[in-house]
Design a protein around this ligand. Sequence first.
Ligand code: SAM
Ligand code: SF4
Length: 340
Amino acid sequence: MRGGAVIPLADRFGRVATDLRVSLTDRCNLRCTYCMPEEGLAWLPREQQLTDDEVIRLIRVSVERLGIREVRFTGGEPLLRRGLVGIIEAAARLAPRPTLMLTTNGIGLERLAAPLRDAGLDRINVSLDTLDPERFQALTRRDRLADVLRGLSAAAAAGLTPVKINTVLMRGINDDEAPALLRFALDHGYQLRFIEQMPLDAQHQWDRHTMVTAEEILAGLAPFDLQPDPVSRGTAPAETWLVPGHVDAAGEPARVGVIGSVTRPFCGDCDRTRLTADGQVRNCLFATEESDLRKLLREDAGDDEVAEAWRVAMSGKRAGHGIDDPTFLQPARPMSAIGG
Ligand code: SAM
Ligand code: SF4
């Protein structure tokens, strides 16, 4: 490790961030209706995006100076980032070595799974909301279901296990598919997690009254006779249940997760900090303010100065996301630009 003591990213409520989410691009090859409009979303200009070296430097500072232990690469679609494999290789060489994870829509994963694993990626989440090609086309506005399924298989074959699947249910679109998706996951040894839809769509069309709640998701899974998971959830956002009669790829009892971000918020246990593709620190998905680390990097600031600016940004983290508060304001940036 280079010089400088580790002073962690603590906030006023006693939470310490050890999990960094890095958005590698705001671009995407799908257009999921709950995330992006069909067209018209402006991309970040290239010069505003962090270069690969800048991303790697910020990850290094976060690990060496701020105590980050897990790094998750996301976007937009992180597999579209040309330097992805090199960024992961560099992150895997850090000491102490962080756990490296990635969230992807799975397109292109068939080709990239093995190189990513070889570079040092530890785990992967693949987003999949339906098994029906027509619904997939309606939900993502692209006909790419087969690519995603091939990507999932390649991730498992490359040893990125347990492969996790993220699913968002939309009322009247795919909310009847929870049992089929769970059966598919059980059959293939994937771990399924449902995520409540959040007000982070670029179109600002989210509606509290139509979102599918954690309670409804669990009701839809009643045929599986889910049992409470005796293993503590820790700081993980997903509440998990055991699926009786099934084991996962490692021979452990099979589990299914539900992330009730809206109706069962876990802000009190949040251990995350976020870096956007243009080098802004966000202390929460729903933060309305950001802190500009790119400017510091490009003004030749030293690691200590960058680390301190990151700490200051995190110290102001609010107690909760406040979605249910009448004064709640959806952040100006959509999920695809913040990094999910
Ligand atoms: N493109 C990659 C993908 O889809 O996995 C990574 C970025 S995406 C923003 C990360 C995760 O956020 C995906 O699982 C996606 O389904 C989820 N997501 C996107 N918009 C969401 C929303 N409004 N509410 C809840 N989850 C959302
Ligand atoms: Fe792209 Fe992921 Fe957003 Fe879908 S959820 S549009 S795949 S960034």
